[in-house]
Design a protein around this ligand. Structure first.
Ligand code: HEC
Length: 168
């Protein structure tokens, strides 16, 4: 990570940047553990939870900028979208038979209604793919562009959780 001298930037902006960097670290740190395939094979429940946590950190970063709690920047917009895009493309691989029995909030409907589950996963990946596409190399240029790209992704959280997640 690039360290900037505090004298280069006004204090408020520096704090803002630190907040952004913390959120980015949360979003990506959770994804890093997946670099070990053995972990994925041995504990699919843990992996899918970690993927969802990375996803939630990306959504948190997006929400903070949309609500104006954090200043928007294209790089942070891109990071939020990228973390959700990564999670969406891997998540569906960690629902092997038998992994419904573990310490999980995954609903039995995932295994009982496989077609519906696949459709919900497809909605998720197509929303994140479109957002990643719209985000381009530099990230969405401004908050309105970001909002248009990320809005449909955030919409998929609720619909999938309603159908395929149980409250514990
Ligand atoms: C395609 C379905 C689907 C979508 C879309 C989805 N989730 Fe999830 N999510 C799940 C399921 C299933 C679980 C339960 C995983 C488990 O406990 O095994 C879960 C779990 C979670 C968890 C708890 C993780 C843990 O540590 O137990 C969080 C937080 C979460 N989701 C946030 C989100 C957010 C934020 C979004 C949208 C950006 C989202 N999810 C989109 C299906 C989905």
């Amino acid at each position: 990570m690039v360290e900037r001298s505090p004298t280069q930037r006004p204090a408020g902006l520096k704090m803002q940047m630190e907040k952004t960097v913390n959120k980015l670290a949360l979003a990506f740190g959770t994804l890093a553990i997946l670099a070990t395939p053995a972990v994925a094979a041995e504990d699919p429940v843990m992996v899918r939870k970690i993927l969802m946590q990375g996803n939630a950190a990306g959504a948190g970063l997006a929400g903070a900028m949309l609500k104006g709690e954090m200043e928007y920047s294209p790089a942070a917009g891109k990071a939020a979208i990228a973390s959700m895009n990564a999670a969406s493309h891997a998540f569906g691989d960690y629902f092997s038979e038998g992994s419904a029995e573990e310490d999980t909030t995954a609903a039995p409907a995932i295994w009982e209604d496989a077609a519906g589950w696949e459709a919900e996963l497809a909605k998720f990946t197509s929303a994140t793919s479109a957002a990643a596409e719209a985000s381009g190399r530099e990230g969405p240029a401004d908050l309105d562009t970001f909002k248009a790209a990320v809005g449909p992704v955030l919409g998929t959280c609720k619909s999938c959780h309603e159908g395929y997640r149980v409250k514990r």
